[in-house]
Design a binder for this molecule. Structure first.
Ligand SMILES: Nc1nc2c(ncn2[C@@H]2O[C@H](COP(=O)(O)OP(=O)(O)O)[C@@H](O)[C@H]2O)c(=O)[nH]1
Ligand SMILES: [Mg+2]
Length: 571
């Protein structure tokens, strides 16, 4: 479903046209009905000839209510632009067109109203007037449909043109990051808090928990309505009424915004591209109290021009905007900038960077992801996604890294691996970024929590102590002077056997077992003294050896002799 806004000068017939098309009077308020004047936003749905549905946000044309108009157009992508044939182009025709243009709205239909009040010549003049004023804008090639709402003239043609408009606008974008700018909040009896707005960016569903911003409130969706129908979920691009629990209607209102907190970066400072209106009669410098309009909201702001010190009418330049509260914004978000004091529209544009890192004097904002990464060196992929509004593939485990940062990290890690002892670099000694990057060091091998380059040579192969043990198998030397870590590792591997504080080469144990087995083949048992003589060693060594045999079932002890155990090697 598609949402569009009306636009155009006051009294040109916007509300009358919406009512004639939809049967719904968008002027809801008693004061509006009494004065015949739109003050605040109105809403109505149209069943299109094709079977689709279109929602209108009807905006006031009177200059005094421009901020309400801005709240209505902040989240739409198309418009029904109304010009009365009787009056032709008027100041708010111009201002509304400029605003829609600055907001990046690309699609529209022009209704030339009150044609029952003009003759053919005047109608032709009005058509030329419109054509001249929309030239070079997004309405340049838009259809212009003559209508008289009060007489029912042209309404079918307009409905067809709106159908084609909806086609041209295409499907609303859904990037899984719903955002609902609130345009109304109220508390109907017995229903908690209800807000309405235009949903963009993603789907919301009942029971979703949403952050209510600005502020710290969390609310849960108890019920959802779109086009006056209850639904369990509502996709992007729809008008929606949301029944919320957990938040009072006093805590939110027009300009509040509902999002999933974890998906958005909330910012008070942003860099943006600003297009200054041609028609402005002064330059834009740093002074002045500004109001910036995002979505349905109006927010006080300070502005600093980046690069040059001032922007002239018609210029496009970059500015840093300082808000007085945090908003969930993204690059590409459109805004209008007005000067509060003079009550005039300065211009508008789009957000470039929601988390500027460089001081204003050096900032050169644009929308590239590469710049964001380059300015940070290292940025968590999930944080970057919040800064750009879409997922970015991580360079190394969970991080997006600038190429030159990663290269220098690799160099540092390589040097540390080369400096490490033969077992390799202990991963426990690395910080988080180093650990994330170590996998991608060229040629690295990770094993048992250590990093080496290439398959590590076994530092224990041909160990000198092992050679000494083998050289004197039954009177082995102690490991004095050898690295304790290496000694422990040799025992762990079973290359060396430890018993009662004495270390034997495993091969010595095997050899001794075979000698004892051979002797026990000829006699029932041997004493310690027999074994000592058999191995040609002393009690100091033969006792641990026999104890090792007992423990491993090679021999069994019976009083003072050893007899064959179940694991005695066969001879
Ligand atoms: N004769 C005639 N009057 C119209 C037509 N459309 C609107 N009007 C009248 O113009 C006045 C302003 O209309 P309204 O819809 O309130 O204008 P808005 O301010 O643009 O919303 C009302 O008195 C309408 O009855 C039309 O097509 N023909
Ligand atoms: Mg109106």
């Amino acid at each position: 479903m598609t949402v569009i806004a009306t636009a155009g000068h006051v009294d040109h017939g916007k509300s009358t046209l919406v009512r004639a098309l939809t049967g719904i009077d968008p002027d809801r308020l008693a004061e509006e009905k009494a004065r015949g004047l739109t003050i605040d936003l109105g809403f109505a749905n149209l069943a299109l000839p094709s079977g689709g549905e279109l929602s209108f946000i009807d905006v006031p044309g009177h200059i005094r209510f421009l901020r309400n108009m801005l709240a209505g157009v902040g989240a739409v992508e198309g418009c029904l632009f109304v010009v009365a044939a009787t009056e032709g182009w008027k100041p708010q025709s111009e201002e509304h067109l400029r605003i829609l243009d600055l907001l990046g709205i690309k699609h529209g239909v022009v209704a030339l109203t009150k044609v029952d009040q003009v003759d053919d010549d005047l109608l032709e003049l009005a058509q030329l007037d419109v054509a001249e004023h929309v030239e070079g804008t997004f309405l340049d090639n838009a259809p212009v449909i003559p209508v008289a709402a009060t007489e029912g003239i042209g309404l079918d043609d307009l409905a067809l043109a709106l159908d084609a408009l909806v086609d041209r606008m295409g499907e609303p974008i859904d990037h899984g990051r719903p955002r609902l700018w609130v345009d109304r909040a109220f508390a109907p009896a017995g229903a908690g808090t209800v807000v309405t707005g235009t949903l963009t960016g993603g789907t919301i569903a009942t029971n979703d928990s949403l952050a209510v911003l600005p502020g710290r409130h969390e609310a849960r969706i108890r019920g959802l309505q779109s086009h006056h129908r209850e639904s369990a979920e509502v996709p992007a691009g729809n008008r929606v009424a949301v029944n919320l629990t957990g938040v009072s209607h006093h805590d939110l209102g027009r300009g509040s915004v509902l999002v999933r907190a974890e998906q958005w970066h909330q910012t008070r400072m942003l860099d943006a591209e600003l297009r200054v209106l041609d028609s402005l009669d002064h330059e834009v410098s740093r002074r002045g109290a500004y109001a910036v309009y995002f979505g349905s909201g109006e927010f006080p702001a300070k502005v600093r021009v980046l690069g040059t010190s001032t922007l002239l009418p018609g210029d496009t330049g970059n500015v840093r905007i300082y808000l007085d509260r945090q908003l969930p914004l993204l690059p590409g978000d459109r805004f209008i900038l007005r000067e509060s004091g003079r009550d005039e529209t300065i211009g508008g544009g789009q957000v470039l960077d929601v988390e500027p890192r460089l001081p204003a004097s050096r900032a050169k904002p644009d929308r590239s992801v590469e710049r964001l990464v380059a300015e940070r060196g290292w940025v968590r992929a999930e944080h970057l996604a919040r800064l750009v509004g879409h997922d970015v593939e991580a360079t190394v485990a969970g991080w997006v890294v600038a190429p030159e940062e990663l290269a220098s990290m690799h160099e540092r890690l390589l040097a540390r691996i080369e400096d490490a002892d033969a077992l390799g670099l202990d991963l426990a000694a690395l910080d988080e970024r180093e650990r994330a990057a170590i996998d991608s060091v060229e040629g690295v091998e990770i094993s048992a929590g250590r990093a080496t380059i290439g398959v590590p040579e076994d530092p224990l192969a041909d160990h000198p102590w092992l050679a000494m043990l083998e050289a004197d198998p039954f009177s082995p030397p102690p490991p004095d002077g050898f690295d304790r870590v290496e000694v422990r590792e040799l025992v762990r591997r079973g290359t060396v056997v430890e018993q009662d504080g004495v270390f034997f080469a495993a091969s010595a144990v095997d050899q001794a077992a075979r000698l004892v087995a051979a002797r026990l083949a000829t006699t029932e048992g041997i004493t310690v003294a027999d074994a000592r003589d058999l191995l040609g060693t002393s009690r100091k060594f033969v006792l641990p050896m026999l104890n090792h045999f007992d423990r491993n079932g090679i021999t069994r002890r019976r009083d003072d002799i050893r007899i064959a155990g179940p694991r005695m090697p066969s001879v």
